[in-house]
Design a protein. Sequence first.
Length: 257
Amino acid sequence: MEINHDIIEGMALALKQARHITVFTGAGISEESGIPTYRGDDGLWSKYDPARYADIGHFLHDPTYYWNFFQEVRYPLLKNAKPNKAHLVLAELESKVNLKSVLTQNIDGLHQEAGSTKVIELHGTSRVIRCIECSKEYSIDDAFEKAQCNNPPLCTDCKGLLRPAVIFFGEALNPDILQHAFDEAATCDFLLAIGSSMIVYPAAQIPMIAKQNGATLAIINKDATPYDSRADYLFHEKAGTVLAQLTGTGIYMFTKL
Ligand code: NAD
């Protein structure tokens, strides 16, 4: 579908004039990097049971299920995925507009790999593996090697169970990180939400907090979200397609205000 150029120009101007832009991202922004979302048509959830691989109770009951999933799916995905146009444009925007933070629900590390420097990971990262007993950290390469010899993999030092440094379903978010994210949402004057179904709480409160505090709300998401009716700019499109168009606007021609 053709994107209306005037709407893109309008959003570009609003971004240029904003004093504090906060970006909120979800799994959809990484779909064009080949990482399946949870809830799209080709979502991971159609092939694997998230109730088992992403839930803390099940992980502790049967960690081998997660580590099989890690070896067969997550590790190859993390090794092969590269930032896409949307990640790259967001990283570039730091020098073009007053972008203060990227609040991401993603656990893939692709914003940082693209060059974004103001990333807050609400749900942790799957690129770090940690011992549940002594907190010793391992790279995914080390964990992959260990899991191939012994499933579930155990800590070299204390023989504790290894787990990814993500927030599983059934676990609380880090309260300091969540508060920081809520503060960003309350302070910003422009909230750009990209690739999130906005139904996973508490992160899904972020667009509403921004809107209630007077921010302009832009949503770029392939499918409808519960906040669409509150959006000032709304694109039911792929993130890469919309953000690529921003690079053709005035944002790229003038220095930061
Ligand atoms: P979600 O799966 O609930 O929603 C993804 C949304 O992205 C959908 O509404 C879909 O319409 C949209 N989408 C799909 N492809 C898109 C594209 N190319 N451009 C724009 N939009 C697109 O994901 P969520 O809202 O992030 O929440 C679910 C949880 O999923 C989070 O807790 C997150 O930790 C986890 N998760 C993360 C990753 C990752 O790190 N890449 C992948 C899968 C799930």
